[in-house]
Structure formats: C-alpha cells, structure tokens
Write a protein that binds this ligand. Sequence first.
Ligand SMILES: CC(C)(COP(=O)(O)OP(=O)(O)OC[C@H]1O[C@@H](n2cnc3c(N)ncnc32)[C@H](O)[C@@H]1OP(=O)(O)O)[C@@H](O)C(=O)NCCC(=O)NCCS
Length: 218
Amino acid sequence: MKNIIVFGAGGHAKAVIDTIEKTGIYQIVGIIDGLKPSGTSFYGYEILGNEQCLVQHEALASSGIVAIGDNWTRAAVVEKIKNILPRFSFITAVHPNASVARGAQIGSGTVIMAGSVIGSDTRISEHCILYANSVAEHDTRIGNYVTLAPGACTGGNVHIGDYSVVSLGAAIIHGKTIGEHTVIGAGSTVLTDIAAYMVAYGTPAKALRARVQGERYL
Ligand SMILES: CC(C)(COP(=O)(O)OP(=O)(O)OC[C@H]1O[C@@H](n2cnc3c(N)ncnc32)[C@H](O)[C@@H]1OP(=O)(O)O)[C@@H](O)C(=O)NCCC(=O)NCCS
C-alpha cells in the first residue's frame, strides 16, 4: 500500500477517508489540519500538525489528497502545499462501488464516491469531488475544483467550468455549459447554458444573481 497524507479534518474528510480505505491501495499515515491540536486523533488517524510539518514527514509520505469540501478553500490549500513541497503529488481516490466507463479520465486530487457513474470518454479534471450517486454522463467535461453533490447528474456532453458546484440532486440536460465559479442550486433542472459567476436554481433553472469568486455556498 502507498503511504498518503489527508489534508482536512472535517465532515467531508470522513467521506474521503472512507473512500480511500475502500480502495485498499493507500495507507493513511496521518492528517494535516492546522485547526486541530496535533497528536490528537481524527477518525482513527493522528493529526500531524499544519502544512508546515509536511517537510518533516516527507520521508513517510510525499503524496496525498486535500479533503476540504469548499472548492475555493480546497484550491488555496493545494497551492499552499505546492509552495511548501513542490514535489508533493496528489492521488485520485475512486470508491470500488463507483463505475468508471472506458475512455473516462480522472485528474489527480479528485475523489469519486460510492455509487457515482462516470460515463464513456468523460473527463474529470483535478481536485474535484463527485459525491455519492452523482453522474457525469458520456463525453462530459468537468473543470478543476468542481463539486457534483450527492445525486447531482449531467446528461452527455455537458461542460462545467472550474470551481463550479452542482448541488444536491440537480440535473443538467445533455449538451449544456455551466460557466466557471457558478453554483447550481439544490434540486434544479438546468435546460439552458448558465453563465460564469452565477447562482442559478429552480425548474427550469434561471441565473438569479451573480456571485463572486470564493463566495461561500455550503
Ligand atoms: C442556491 C443556494 C446556493 C442559495 O442561493 P441564494 O441566492 O443564497 O438564495 P437564498 O438562500 O437567499 O434564497 C432566496 C430564495 O430562493 C429560494 N431558493 C434557494 N435555493 C433554492 C433552490 N435550490 N431551489 C429553489 N428555490 C431556492 C429560497 O427559498 C428563497 O425563496 P424566498 O425568497 O421565497 O424565501 C442554496 O439554496 C442551495 O441550493 N445550496 C446548495 C447546497 C448544496 O447542495 N450543498 C451540497 C454541496 S455538497
């Protein structure tokens, strides 16, 4: 098994840790989270400290995954890690009960949870989260730092820009484009393209207001 470090010790990290454990290919050697006291335990693993202690633990593990649910915060932590330890690499965690079709590609740092379906020739970029029972159908293109919440789904050939979120149970019909930094609200049905930097929701979904980069959505 390959030794890895998990960054983040919140509720989302538990879901990521469970996925990692189920893969059976990684051994978690510790958790990095500057907000938790080092030496304490989180979900059965030791809190090692904050990102600065990465260098001292490099011999133990030089790869891992950032398990922070908020897309913008996750990106900031990835950048911090790259600055501290440029050699550090990010793993991909795919739950054994997820289905990944032939030709699909999954970028580093991305986690695919139980029951998710990645369709044929779909491309998921880096540091994304596909929560339980989400679906990215054939030929879909998903940018970096994107979240598909539980039960969210895309038809075929959908494009989703960097940092966007498709919330709980929302559906995007085939061939539509969601711009970057956009949030699609829970339960929405998206029938048209939605521009970048928007909050859109409803059935049919409408872009109801603008949002700024990094604005909270959880
Ligand atoms: C869309 C969302 C981000 C809120 O956007 P917002 O602009 O801050 O909207 P507000 O909460 O101020 O609500 C404004 C109005 O829209 C309604 N509304 C909010 N979200 C809605 C949704 N998803 N569908 C339908 N109506 C919604 C509210 O009820 C409210 O109606 P009212 O004015 O009649 O009271 C949020 O509701 C949402 O869906 N979040 C998704 C969270 C999620 O799934 N997280 C999981 C990620 S893993």
